[in-house]
Design a protein around this ligand. Structure first.
Ligand SMILES: C=C(O[C@@H]1CC(C(=O)O)=C[C@@H](OP(=O)(O)O)[C@H]1O)C(=O)O
Length: 370
């Protein structure tokens, strides 16, 4: 059993609280000989970092990562993994715990405060502790390393819904996600989101979001039929992100409304000797095993529960109370969940690449002779 670790062979453990001195993690099982620069990891972290627009928390964290072990550095600054645990450390520098003094005895409705007390009998009331979005920084650092293990695989994510605003998929442009502060692939929807979120933010409220993660170049054959399903591990990985309340693979819940004909991803032989799927309702996974099509997953992030609107609650001493949560909170924490989702996809795929390598390496040559 593990409380703070995920993955079987590419194994990530995280530690640290939002208001402790640092957060960090250990990636165990990373193969030797993986080359990267610290800047590669930093660039990934910079996409998630707080305080980069008026639409995210104003807490100023540089999220400077240190690699403490598991690599050797050459004179050009290239780090090569040695096969030993890679330890990553990010210092917290902008904690403001006094914001939390006013709510240390009460529970934010919709937040993990209450269940921490019920489970452990105490909680780190200086901030969100382990249930803070701060924890996700380490996942992003681990994901950057995982993406180096995934040669030929591209993992990208986008915000496809914010509260009541949906993107128009016919306007999807991957280049757009770096041009607006929402990682939104639809420029028009991004404009509408800016207006919408400004109003939400000014009223002290918050909204949820849906994030879509797409991995292209995934080879067929990752995953296993029953207990080692690739999609089950993806679902667990996305669900482990703080504030995530739902996960879909491919058509997801909408597949319940399709007929067998509509849902069938028909197959023809392509010119390159590989089968061509005529659609991808499966989201790149059939029977828990990757098909070679893009792996497509979506997850829903709930509205941030730290809001200024007074809410009814109870205290840890069993009294009725009212709570107002001040401080520096994201009006839509789903925005910064986009790089986190990409990281979780990369970590799960890297883990399954290693698992496939352990069981069936090399994979059988296809097609089979008659
Ligand atoms: C610092 C980050 O986000 C934080 C996520 C968060 C929360 O409750 O989730 C609350 C805020 O922090 P604090 O605990 O200081 O109030 C955010 O700023 C980060 O993501 O790096």
């Amino acid at each position: 059993m593990s409380f703070n670790t995920f993955g079987q062979l590419f194994r990530v453990t995280t530690f640290g609280e939002s208001h402790g001195p640092a957060i960090g993690g250990v990636v165990d099982g990373c193969p030797p000989g993986i080359r990267f620069r610290l800047e590669d990891i930093q660039a990934a972290l910079d996409r998630r970092r707080p305080g980069q627009s008026r639409f995210t928390t104003q807490r100023r964290e540089p999220d400077q990562v240190k690699v403490l072990s598991g690599t050797i550095e050459d004179e050009d600054g290239v780090l090569t993994t040695t096969g030993t645990p890679v330890a990553l450390l990010i210092e917290n520098v902008d904690q403001r715990s006094k914001d939390y003094a006013a709510i240390s005895e009460s529970y934010r409705p919709g937040h993990a405060d209450y269940v921490y007390d019920r489970k452990y009998g105490l909680r780190d009331h200086r901030g969100g502790g382990r249930s803070s979005a701060r924890e996700t920084a380490v996942r992003v650092a681990a994901g950057a390393l995982a993406s180096r293990v995934l040669a030929g695989v591209t993992v990208r994510g986008a915000l496809v819904q914010m509260g009541e605003i949906f993107i128009d998929r016919s306007r999807w442009d991957w280049d757009e996600i770096d041009r607006n502060p929402f990682f939104c692939p639809d420029a028009d929807a991004a404009q509408a989101m800016a207006e919408y979120l400004d109003a939400i933010r000014k009223s002290g409220s918050s909204v949820g979001a849906v994030i879509e993660i797409v991995a292209e170049g995934v080879p067929p054959g990752l995953g296993a039929p029953v207990y080692g399903k690739l999609d089950a591990d993806l679902a667990a990985a996305f669900m482990s992100i703080n504030a995530v309340k739902g996960v879909e693979i491919g058509e997801g819940f909408a597949s319940a409304g399709l007929t067998g004909e509509a849902n069938a991803d028909e197959m023809r032989m392509g010119n390159d000797g590989s089968p061509l799927f005529l659609s991808n309702h499966a989201g790149g996974v059939l029977g828990g095993i990757s098909t070679g099509q893009p792996v497509v997953a979506r997850f829903a992030v709930k509205p941030t529960s730290s809001i200024l609107t007074p809410r009814q609650t109870v205290t840890r001493h069993g009294e009725n109370a009212e709570i107002v949560t001040k401080g520096r909170h994201d009006p839509c924490v789903g925005i910064r969940a986009v790089p986190v989702g990409e990281a979780m996809m990369a970590c799960v795929l890297a883990d399954h690449v290693l698992r496939a390598r352990a069981q069936v390496s090399p994979p059988p040559a296809w097609p089979f002779p008659r």
